[in-house]
Design a protein around this ligand. Sequence first.
Ligand SMILES: *[C@@H]1O[C@H](CO)[C@@H](O)[C@H](O)[C@H]1NC(C)=O
Ligand SMILES: *[C@@H]1O[C@H](CO)[C@@H](O)[C@H](O)[C@H]1NC(C)=O
Ligand SMILES: *[C@@H]1O[C@H](CO)[C@@H](O)[C@H](O)[C@H]1NC(C)=O
Ligand SMILES: *[C@@H]1O[C@H](CO)[C@@H](O)[C@H](O)[C@H]1NC(C)=O
Ligand SMILES: *[C@@H]1O[C@H](CO)[C@@H](O)[C@H](O)[C@H]1NC(C)=O
Ligand SMILES: *[C@@H]1O[C@H](CO)[C@@H](O)[C@H](O)[C@H]1NC(C)=O
Ligand SMILES: *[C@@H]1O[C@H](CO)[C@@H](O)[C@H](O)[C@H]1NC(C)=O
Ligand SMILES: *[C@@H]1O[C@H](CO)[C@@H](O)[C@H](O)[C@H]1NC(C)=O
Ligand SMILES: *[C@@H]1O[C@H](CO)[C@@H](O)[C@H](O)[C@H]1NC(C)=O
Ligand SMILES: *[C@@H]1O[C@H](CO)[C@@H](O)[C@H](O)[C@H]1NC(C)=O
Ligand SMILES: *[C@@H]1O[C@H](CO)[C@@H](O)[C@H](O)[C@H]1NC(C)=O
Length: 675
Amino acid sequence: MILFYFLFYAETILAQQPPQPEDVNVPGTNFLDHNSPISSYFGQEFLKENIPFIDIPDANIQEIYYYRWSTLAGHLRYITPGTGYILTEFLQPVGYAEAYNTIDAAAGHQIDEARWLRGSFYAGDYIQVYTRGPGNTTQYTNWITDAAYRRAQVNGDVEFLTSQLDGFLRMWDEWDFVFDEDAGLYYYTPLYDAQEYSLPDYVDAAETNDTAIQFQGPDTYRPSHNAYMVGNARAVSETAKLAGQNSVAANFTNLADALETAMYEHLWNPDQQFFVDVIRPDNPNLTQLQGREEVGLFPFRFGIGLEDKYCTSPSEELFDPQGFYTTYAPATLEVRNEYYSATKPNSYCCYWNGQSWPFSTAHVLKSLASMYRSNNCSLVAEKYYQYLSIYATTQHKDGAPYVAESHYPDIDEWSGDSFNHSEHYDHSTNNDDVITGLLGLVPRLDDVLQFSPIIPSNWTYFALENITLARPRNFSSVTLGIYSDVARGGAIDCPEAIEIYGSSNRLLARLDPFDTCVPNELNTISFNTTVESDFLSVTMYKKENLFVGICELQVWVPPDRTSGIYYAVDAVLTGAEVIFNSTGSRATPNGAVVGSFQVGSKVLFSGVYDAGISTKAKEIVVNAMDGDTVLSLPPTDGLFTTVSLQVDLLPGSNFVAVMMESGYDAVELEYLLVV
Ligand SMILES: *[C@@H]1O[C@H](CO)[C@@H](O)[C@H](O)[C@H]1NC(C)=O
Ligand SMILES: *[C@@H]1O[C@H](CO)[C@@H](O)[C@H](O)[C@H]1NC(C)=O
Ligand SMILES: *[C@@H]1O[C@H](CO)[C@@H](O)[C@H](O)[C@H]1NC(C)=O
Ligand SMILES: *[C@@H]1O[C@H](CO)[C@@H](O)[C@H](O)[C@H]1NC(C)=O
Ligand SMILES: *[C@@H]1O[C@H](CO)[C@@H](O)[C@H](O)[C@H]1NC(C)=O
Ligand SMILES: *[C@@H]1O[C@H](CO)[C@@H](O)[C@H](O)[C@H]1NC(C)=O
Ligand SMILES: *[C@@H]1O[C@H](CO)[C@@H](O)[C@H](O)[C@H]1NC(C)=O
Ligand SMILES: *[C@@H]1O[C@H](CO)[C@@H](O)[C@H](O)[C@H]1NC(C)=O
Ligand SMILES: *[C@@H]1O[C@H](CO)[C@@H](O)[C@H](O)[C@H]1NC(C)=O
Ligand SMILES: *[C@@H]1O[C@H](CO)[C@@H](O)[C@H](O)[C@H]1NC(C)=O
Ligand SMILES: *[C@@H]1O[C@H](CO)[C@@H](O)[C@H](O)[C@H]1NC(C)=O
């Protein structure tokens, strides 16, 4: 047993129901129909609790609006107590995803969209996976800090925002390795700007047609990546100002200004009247690429270039059929370019030399809104609406709402759309563009935005299965996803009656008949009282001639922040195989323990609450900040022993990772105690 002592700030939070928006009991208005617009979509209870409802005289945009909220619901994943929710890019896990199946590339879009959910913890949890947790923020270029700041403009939570400042600063520094001091710009390959097969790649491979070069591309100074970093720097600056850290704020304003200036100097091409790419290798004069790419339109959404001399010509290119204006516009490369392709050479998903990508369209919609609101750029409102309409039309397949990876620019078909993989791809925004773009709700930090809320206080509840819990837990409800297909002629439906038992066959709830059951939804069954149990049994009685189907069973328990104990058995484990050996363990009354770490193993405790002062540790990484204190784990001759150290924790929820490095190949870890 290895015991870590930290200073502990006690706080009791009960969360035995599934988390709900904090303001779920505030009665709102019900002018609009909150049922039929979402009646054919997944996650209706979630949608009713969380989304703003709209009613606009454009059925196309309105239909896609509700569809996209439903797909977002499908991408939310509850990870562990303490970590909470993340958003995935793909519904099925992909091999190249990082911790918890996260991918940082479109996290900015995902946060931009999720900031409108009434449950603020969805985006808040997800942000912290990057600012404090194991999310990898240099896998791909990203604007997570910028999005986190703009999310605070919606929910007004300045306290949360400023509490993330340390993480923002770390994330900023992480990009130093690709900052070119001479050019004053960042560079990265187009592949890790999330855009393989881009123009620089084809130009670099011009003499060879080498597909490996066309795939990854050369290190390139791009308008996209550098604009993201300007946005991030300004967000750090604003956050630091709110935190009273004025010299940090001043430094980041300077960093943002310098980077923006370098973009005008090196990436703005006066002849093409566009922000363009500059390939880095063997290019000491920073010669600019010939050819306009959609990434050249990204800077405007970050407030860059909103003057006539920069924005008028790019906005015109969006409506030029030789520019970006295709049937399913915008294309990712201008049509007149020699490397533009309206098709693909093979079945590989991702070509960024012409295909229409929702990822990029979402950036462009925001740029159009910024251009319009700047009163420069010669843009009329209809132009914005035109693009939003095309985007809604694009998001269909066989006549039904649909979004995949990329769409042919002129053919009515998705080009990046593989089975069991691309469906309902979450790599863009749509609803943020309807709300802040089309409907014009521009959030500010000193405003509170309120939408017509519905309060589904009557979640019905039910379940069927035997659970043995890892250790005794206090809980007061069980939530079941109940399947039914009788409406379309199947034989599976809600059960007739349901009983839930705890330890010693104690009856916790009985619903007979179970007439509150809502099929194909989460049904929560509350008990009369909170029970402590390591056993749970759900018995369901089927209706005559029908069967019962359960998709999901949830047991929500309150985090125990009074004892400050975080059990390894509840932590997230990564790395090498973990062998359980509970002999002699005292971790939990029923002996649950995490045992025998190998080299490379990691135990991640999340949601650690504290406000402490201390030294750092090498094998202890807190909130993904570099640790430098060596944690000594001496041989214990097969006995359990405790080790303590002091570590800095931030106010609020912390991530504490215990890393196993060489020399510690047989460590059993029971828990972390914060005192
Ligand atoms: C993040 O991803 C990049 C690219 O895959 C990788 O080189 C790097 O090691 C990762 N960083 C962390 C902290 O996992
Ligand atoms: C590269 O591909 C282009 C287009 O297919 C072709 O015109 C050109 O001849 C090829 N070049 C080489 C060196 O193979
Ligand atoms: C601000 O930048 C200056 C100059 O690089 C540096 O000396 C100073 O430490 C920075 N201040 C803060 C608070 O980061
Ligand atoms: C860079 O510019 C200088 C000065 O104009 C010129 O002499 C040199 O040939 C250029 N180098 C390259 C690689 O184009
Ligand atoms: C619009 O252009 C004017 C004149 O160049 C400039 O002063 C102003 O800041 C621009 N507006 C925005 C939002 O950048
Ligand atoms: C979809 O992918 C998941 C994850 O790889 C796999 O478990 C599942 O069997 C696949 N489903 C189908 C229908 O292929
Ligand atoms: C729960 O919702 C259903 C369906 O909208 C409604 O019929 C029922 O009256 C509601 N029950 C309560 C207690 O509000
Ligand atoms: C389910 O619970 C019953 C007690 O209610 C027990 O006898 C049985 O072994 C359990 N089955 C499983 C698979 O846990
Ligand atoms: C359950 O709650 C009771 C009363 O608050 C407490 O004494 C007990 O320690 C809790 N048990 C667990 C496992 O948290
Ligand atoms: C819960 O309370 C209700 C009302 O007091 C009672 O009728 C019911 O039997 C109780 N259920 C259980 C499982 O104790
Ligand atoms: C489990 O640990 C005990 C005590 O250290 C040891 O005697 C036993 O051999 C271990 N069992 C396994 C399967 O490793």
